[in-house]
Design a protein around this ligand. Structure first.
Ligand code: GLU
Length: 378
């Protein structure tokens, strides 16, 4: 029997709409501590091809610390202040390198430096998501890294594997590709055990699978090992995103993957949209509620967003990003969704047409109070 599309790398890549690609330091920085420009150019060509095929791509790039060290003449050390200074210097070089790789394809790059709060706090994650959505809609390539220069040790993702899983979640990627210098997960460390078996497809990260990753940490320029890659895959699969762990050493790493290069595919459970909506539906403590008129109720039933114009009452004290109950005029809870405005703003614009929102609030926000992507019917 032919394998189903979702169980092969080529199949997953073919159907994915949004793809997050994480690139480890060892791929970006060469043995001379300089940028591997030719390789970056080849990845740029691969990314351009994906975009031409109608896919949106987000890049999570390491390499700032390694590049900045050389630039500043700092030695390799674990000293936090030195690493932070190196990241500050290297991040600029890193962005120059990506811009150079993508410019020939007419793809503008844009830098996003995240700290843990930007993905773990709903309100801030909504802001980051909105920024990413605009960048993608404009055909850009967001390049994400951790804001190493200000993040403190206790409050860090620490490695870009986990950061990339959170970034993938933020943009609701269908697939996360972790490019490093290993071509996937083995039953034992292949460098030490020649008989180690490569695992091409993992349906679930069981304790047995986790045990395979134990001790298979990679030395070298980056910080992530197989363990953090599996952690990333676990986060990703939980929100409906498949993960591909692949070796990116050679030029054109993404084209090679599509052509069947060896890799490990970790399955997703559900789809990003279904996982997000299940999460909204399952919110234990909605932050407030709105009551809507019959016209709005019909619009929601037809799959549309909730506009302030259809709101007759706002209750509760909630921030932007809170989950709201939506009641119809008879008092039945008909939907749940994520508020694009806080309670004060929502009350101020209830009943208003889109054109009046900006005048009332003094700033221009979203047209919708709850966007249909953030809404589930009950
Ligand atoms: N954020 C770090 C950097 O840009 C890398 C962390 C990692 O490699 O996981 O150098």
């Amino acid at each position: 029997m032919a394998p189903s599309i979702a169980t092969t790398v080529a199949g997953v890549l073919g159907t994915a709409r949004r793809i997050t690609v994480k690139v480890g330091s060892s791929l970006i920085v060469g043995d001379d501590d300089g940028v591997r420009h030719d390789w970056l150019a080849s990845l740029g060509t691969d990314i351009a091809a994906l975009k031409t095929a109608g896919k949106q791509v987000v890049l999570v790039s390491s390499g700032a610390v390694a590049l900045g060290r050389r630039h500043l003449g700092l030695r390799k050390t674990t000293r936090l202040d030195h690493k932070q200074a190196a990241a500050a210097a290297g991040q600029a070089l890193l962005m120059q390198a990506w811009e150079r790789a993508l410019a020939p394809h007419g793809i503008p790059t844009a830098q996003l430096l995240l700290t843990i709060d930007d993905t773990e706090q709903r309100r801030r994650s909504l802001n980051a998501r909105a920024t990413l959505d605009v960048l993608l809609a404009q055909g850009g390539l967001p390049v994400i890294n951790e804001n190493d220069s200000v993040a403190t040790d206790e409050l860090k993702y620490g490695d870009n594997d986990r950061l990339s899983a959170r970034a993938a979640q933020l943009v609701r990627s269908d697939v996360l590709i972790l490019l490093s210098d290993v071509d996937g997960l083995y039953t034992a460390d292949p460098a030490r055990y020649p008989g180690a078996e490569h695992l091409a497809y993992i349906t679930a990260i069981t304790p047995e699978i986790e045990a395979f990753a134990g001790g298979a940490g990679m030395a070298g320029t980056g910080t992530g090992g197989m363990r953090t890659k599996l952690e990333a895959a676990l986060i990703a699969s939980g929100f409906g995103c498949a993960t591909i762990i692949a070796c990116g050493r050679a030029d054109h790493p993404l084209a090679r993957l599509a052509d069947g290069a060896r890799a490990t595919l970790v399955a997703a459970s559900g789809s990003p949209a279904s996982a997000y909506k299940a999460w909204i539906k399952g919110t234990l403590a909605p932050g407030g509620s709105v009551t809507i008129d019959d016209g709005a109720a019909r619009a929601l039933a037809a799959g549309k967003s909730l506009l302030p114009a259809g709101v007759t009452k706002v209750e509760g004290r909630f921030d932007r990003g809170a989950c709201l109950r939506v009641f119809d005029s008879a008092g039945t809870e008909v939907a749940r969704g994520i508020a694009a405005y806080n309670a004060t703003e929502a009350a101020a614009i209830a009943g208003l047409g889109s054109a009046e929102i900006e005048r009332r609030l003094g700033f221009s926000g979203r047209d919708e109070l709850i966007h249909r992507d953030d809404l589930v019917m009950l």
